[in-house]
Design a binder for this molecule. Sequence first.
Ligand code: GLC
Length: 736
Amino acid sequence: MEINLQGLNNLRHDPIPERTEEEISVLVENLLGKMTIREKIGQLYESPHQGGIITGPEFDSSESVALIKEGLVGSFLGLHNTQQIYNLQKIAVEETRLGIPLFFAFDVIHGFKTIFPINLGMACSWDEQLIEKACNVIADETSHSGVNLTFSPMLDLVRDPRWGRVMESNGEDPYLGSVLAKAYVRGYQKDKLTDQNSIGACVKHYIGYGAAEGGREYNTVDMSRRQIFQNYLPPFAAAIEENVASVMTSFNIVDSIPATANEFYLKEVLRNQLQFNGFVVSDYESSKEIIEHKIAKDEKEAAYKCIKAGLDHEMVSQTYLKHLEELVESGEIDTLLIDDAARRILTFKYKIGLFDDPYKNVYDQPEQYYLLDETRELAREMSRHSIVLLKNKGVLPLKNDLSVAIIGPHSDNKEVIGGWGGVGENKDCISLLEGINNLGIENLRIKTAKGCSIEGDDTSGFSEAINLAKESDVVILAVGEEQYMSGEGYSRAYLNLPGVQEDLVKEIVQLGKKVILVIFSGRPLDLTWYDKNVDAIIETWFLGSESGNAIADVLFGKHNPSGKLSMSFPYTVGQIPVYYNHHKTGRPPRREDIFERFSSRYADIPNKPLYPFGYGLSYTTYEYSKPLLSKDKYIKKEPVNVKIKLKNTGVMDGYEIIQLYIEAQSFSVSRPVRELKRFKKVFLKQGEEKEIEFKLYPKDFSYYNIDMEYVIEDGKYNIFIGGCSSTDNGITIEFI
Ligand code: GLC
């Protein structure tokens, strides 16, 4: 496509009029009334295009411009070049019969140009305000690139770090996932979708994708409807309460039916029960893939099953374009199904203002809006709060007058964007060494040695690294995964440090120096040996543009780490799945320190994870009072006020994430040993004490009962409040 260098510099962006739902409905119905069946079907197609970022099997997009001219494209995915978007939109608006604008969707998962921490890392901040602010500025950048909708947030609940996509999730808990789902949607969509800097959000992957058997990408998902409703659905329900624009279906089967053609979940649950009124988009060819799932014999049957089930918008594959019209003509499907789907797409386009200004997000010289200082500063703050201190035997924060060896393949590595990096570039990222140097600490003597690569078996760099370590006071070992080792299509069967990094660490540790392990990873890794043998461990995930600055801030105490794990770290890959909100079993081990053969445990490792959900250390210490209640018996419909006093008893100011869990002592079905129901992030100065109050309602004690009704039942409930899911700082109440 010849790039037209004209047009952008004379674009005006007048304020877009706000319309009521009713006004939009009238406009949409008028337009539908003028459209042919083929034009309506055209709105149901999301096309790829050369120049876009490819996120699936290769495709042929040679026809996409011709299809636009026939009015047969509703949107594009993966494009982010403003000029290209302008040129395609110009064809749609000026060279088609009805001039219906396109929308442009792109995977802006944790940043567009300024890259924020991977989502699993941001979830460890437990800071919905900060995440909303981050999404505000991510939307500011994205909305100047021509993109109108992001395929984010990903809301899959995850319990298996072998799965590569844990990196883009909010972790293993439905409540935390629900709170953060709202923050992402609010952050992207802002007060109104017509806002110049707003973008539509698309939550994914509906539903159950994170439970792929064996953590193997795209693998079978098979679980009870109760499990889906109790744990996997709540974040989607939360996003829908926040008026999310779109929902994306997942590749996997649910109840043995592919999610993309699953009428129960797409109609009964999403539309009738959750009252979702946006549009449903497939994942990349997931509609055509129901043939591979063996529930359709060809593309025609795939189109039939998906439109009947409630899929509105088909991504990349063209079963709708090819077969829907003949299915209508043969009477196999009712044209009203197509009207409903087209109506939702057109409604979104009106809501986001594209009919008023088709070039709403198209700007000349968009680079001027990217990587702004204040955006980088927010990314640095978000990164600081995403770091989790896993161990510290009095070695952190580092003092200034030290000789420090920074060793390992991540010592000075700028490839820290992580998976789904938008259009972020490694060159714009700060490496660990750069970050430490940026602090400009006097008397600090830094030397580095890579020692080895992340992958491969070359140990020729060991001796230089070992010699450097010998002459240093402290060794920082910067190790981990390559950034592409997580994300879509990258499941790992092992959770070790790749390559010969483990050997390097062991060689350094035996020198007897103070060793700090800085982990760069897209998932929980097996850190069991390191936990026993090094002095400190910090998990930094992939922090993006401000990575090195944020890590240096934590290492040298400019920021007191407050992150808490949003996903458990297993002892070993053999322990998976391991998560905090598990059921008790009929033979729970009575003690962790002795082996009871006839109890539910392993013979060779403890039952608990190495680091549990909600765990994270600080440079200071906190003291919790016992939870305080006004009374211990309640009738089921009244709220429960519970208070706690928290004191900073240590040597630094800091944030503490107070977590409140409940445990039903008995119920009509088995319930987990802990269920997160509230959390609050509190700043306390050194020596400061605060009283914190939580208000709990009947729905917080409710669960799907034996009849699948979400209810509270009489009986005793324990309430635990502390700085980790393993807290036993509790009190019991009774509902009568
Ligand atoms: C990919 C991913 C999905 C992404 C989509 C478009 O296959 O599964 O998360 O949004 O395609 O890139």
